[in-house]
Design a protein around this ligand. Sequence first.
Ligand code: F6P
Length: 342
Amino acid sequence: MKIGILTSGGDCPGLNAVIRGVVIKGDKLFEDEFIGYRDGWRGVIDNDYMTLPRRRVRGIGRIGGTILGTSRSNPFHDGEDGAAIVRRHMDDNDIDGIIAIGGDGTLFTANRLYEAGIPVVGVPKTVDNDLDATDYTFGFNTAVEIATESLDRLRMTGDSHHRCMVAEVMGRSVGWIALHSGMAAGAHVIALPEFPLTIDEICAYVKSAWDRGRAPLVVVAEGYVPKDAPEGFMNYELDEFGRPRFGGVAEVLAPLIEERLGIESRATVLGHIQRGGEPTGYDRVLATRLGTAAVDLVHNNGFGRMVALRGTEIVDVPLTEAINSLKSVPRARWEEAKVLFG
Ligand code: F6P
């Protein structure tokens, strides 16, 4: 078969490991031929691609980012008949199927194309870990490792200066990175979008740590909005899917803590640092397994489906399942973490 691969949406450590897994297995077992579309759906629309012979994926599994490039463009922008353009370019290149590696936006587009008759399978990725149809997404583990290391560093400088350090981590509208990195680093309070604390509650935990002689460490998920936030608290712009472009809540929170408690406070927004760098071993293995399973899915005519992790097994599920609901932090995980605050 001749298969097109693309990586779309925000990049994420492990994308190259998926590409490598797909190409090696397809080449060895099925003598497949591969092309890689440049910059996600943009490459499909513009028919911009590179060939992906096996030698092209040598050693890439341990490298972060994506050798194909990525973008947030999608074929249905500007009212175009995206499916017709994709179909035409697939026909021009004799492509039998597309493997789309991406998060909820990408999988939503993949499903829309599938419903319009395009043979596409999905591979879930996101540092946010917010896809309900899979237990974990690759990239999440790496992001948590980077965030944890950064929090450890912030704690050291906070300790030296007797300051409250407020660190903001990614996650869009869910708090998985905050929960995991905050627990790992022993934060004194973790602010999640799912269970929003008031600013007074955060201050109470900060004060309790301070009164015990500790330099308070606050981890805040970028999507957190205080329960008592005034109307239009952050005023985020919206992206092409109507989702807020988060960023900067720590910079608002730190001065509020300083003002209310008189404790010198500093904000750090970790930002895209969390998405760069080499994938952890866990993410390399998960990404590789998903890639090899995606090749099987194409050969088994599993179009309209997505590979996923359930427990320790790789399974496949309809793309519709992937885009129906976001996986947020459940109450039990929140309660488990909250016991340790203060
Ligand atoms: O979805 C992944 C993510 O890193 C989010 O955590 C973050 O809000 C967003 O992407 C940032 O997007 P961009 O790279 O477009 O700034």
